[in-house]
Design a protein around this ligand. Structure first.
Ligand code: ATP
Ligand code: SKM
Ligand code: MG
Length: 180
């Protein structure tokens, strides 16, 4: 969802794993030569989703990296498929109320520039939560933990699934082993 922490957590996770961080929204803006907000206003959502689909297909083909997708990427079946098959997808889950607290002063997210952003977030969550769940390999609830704890939770999931080698992740970012 917008404001779930994809850019924030994604950047830290990439640093911890020693790989590149790629924010799909930034790649799209580079391709467009303007902000997503102004493109949305000028060309509409469908034109934006076409470019987003191309960018996601291009990015997924270039591992290793951590990718933050746009919040609406899951709306297209083609994106859900290429993300699920070409990467490990983590759904950073947060309630609409928590997202509203984080984003209430935001002016850059086009879908939230409406009279009642909380209502909009509730609608987006209702429509998208099933799609995020369908696409994700892991779901992490982001309401309570700090960003550092969140990163450790993601790293732990990746490690348990055998997707990262704990020897290669600095010990300062891994959870401490329990005392025996
Ligand atoms: N786990 C968290 N707990 C509290 N605040 C957070 C958390 N993660 C991110 N934030 C804050 O929420 C805001 C939005 O975070 P961020 O920009 O990373 O979201 P995003 O998922 O990338 O959003 P978008 O889809 O719009 O790009 C920022 O102010 C960030 O500091
Ligand atoms: O939730 C969405 O549909 C969007 C989220 C942003 O990341 C951008 O990709 C764009 O503003 C659309
Ligand atoms: Mg972002």
């Amino acid at each position: 969802m917008p404001g779930a922490g994809k850019s924030t957590a994604g950047r830290h996770l990439a640093h911890a794993l020693g790989v590149a961080f790629v924010d799909a929204d930034h790649v799209i803006e580079q391709r467009l030569g303007c902000s997503i907000r102004s493109f949305f206003e000028r060309e509409g959502e469908a034109a934006f989703r076409d470019i987003e689909q191309q960018v996601i297909a291009d990015i997924v083909a270039q591992p290793p990296q951590v990718i933050a997708t746009g919040g609406g990427a899951v709306l297209r079946e083609a994106n859900r498929q290429s993300l699920r098959e070409g990467s490990t997808v983590v759904y950073l889950r947060a309630s609409p109320e928590e997202l509203f607290r984080r984003l209430r002063h935001d002016t850059q997210r086009p879908l939230l520039q409406v009279a009642d952003p909380l209502r909009k977030l509730r609608e987006l969550f209702r429509d998208r939560d099933p799609l995020y769940r369908e696409t994700a390999h892991f779901i992490i609830e982001t309401g309570r933990p700090s960003v550092a704890t969140l990163i450790n939770m993601v790293l732990m999931q990746l490690e348990l699934a055998g997707l990262v080698d704990p020897q290669r992740v600095p010990s300062s970012v891994l959870p401490r082993a329990p005392r025996t």
